[in-house]
Ligand binder design. Sequence first.
Ligand SMILES: C[S@@+](CC[C@H](N)C(=O)[O-])C[C@H]1O[C@@H](n2cnc3c(N)ncnc32)[C@H](O)[C@@H]1O
Length: 282
Amino acid sequence: MTLSSLVNRYVDRIADRLIEPIDKRVNQKFYDFPLGSKPWAVEKDYLDLWDKTKQIAYPQTDGYEKETGFAMDKTWLDELALLTQIVIKPHDLCYQHGRLLYSALSQMVSKRPKSSISILETGTARGFSSLCMAKALSDADRPGRIVTYDVLPHSTKMYWNCIADKEGSQSRAELLKPYQDLIDEYIIFHQGDTQTQLNKIDISRVHFAFLDGGHTYQHVVDEFDYLKNRQQTGDMIFFDDYTPNHFPGVVDAVDEICQQHGYSKQVITISDQRGYVIGEKL
Ligand SMILES: C[S@@+](CC[C@H](N)C(=O)[O-])C[C@H]1O[C@@H](n2cnc3c(N)ncnc32)[C@H](O)[C@@H]1O
C-alpha cells in the first residue's frame, strides 16, 4: 500500500466519524423548536382567525375553478387549513394556493391517460399543499407520488404555531395523523435543503411541481434546474409567491424560466401579498 492511499484511508476514517456530528450540529436549529419554544396563542385565537379567514371571498380563485372545471370541497379545505394554515403572523392569512393547486392538478390529470402522476414539492411546512395535491389525486382516483422537501424534520416534536399546539409539542407525522390515509397513499416527506439534497434523488419525470421553499432568485433557478430535463409538453410548475413587492427575486426567476424554457405563464394575483404563476411546458 502506498503512503498516499494510507493517508486517504486515514482521512476517510476520520471523515466517517465526523460527518454525523457535523451534520447534526449544522442542522441543530431545525431540531430545536424552530418555530418557537411554546404555543403562540390559545385555541380561541386560532378559531377566531379561522372564522375570519374562511369567510373572505376570492373571485380570482373562483374564476380559476370555473376555467378549469375543478373545485375543491370547501369544508375539507377549511378543516385542513385550520390545522396547517391558521397561524399567528403579521400578514393577512390566505390559503388560496390550496384551491388553485387542486384545480390546476385536477385539470392536468384529467387530460392524461391513466398513468401514475409524479409530483415534486419544495417547502412542505406543515403539509398543507402536499395534502391538497394528494386530495386532487385521490378525488381523481389516480395513482401518484408526491415527493416533498423541507429543511424541517418530519419526526421531531415541535410547536407548529397552530391550533394543535394545545396538545403539546408534536412532530409533523403526529400533527397530520388525521390525514394518514392520503399520506400513505401519496406522500414521501424528505428532510433536506433543496440546494444540496435535491440532486440526491432521481425522479425521471415530474409531471407537476410546486415550488414554495426558499424564496430567492437562486433557490427558484436551482430548483428549476433540477426540473428542466424532467418535464415534457403539458407538464406544469406552480410557482408560489409571485409578488413583486415582497419577493422580487422569485418574480425575476419565474419570468426568466417561463421565457427562456418555453412555459406558458398564467399569473393569478390575489392581493399585493399573494400571487402565483401557473406555468405549462409548451
Ligand atoms: C412558505 S413555507 C411552505 C408552505 C407550504 N407549501 C404550505 O402550503 O403550507 C416555506 C417552507 O420552505 C422551507 N424551506 C425554505 N428554504 C428551504 C430549502 N432551501 N430547502 C428546503 N426547504 C426550505 C421552510 O422551512 C418552510 O417550511
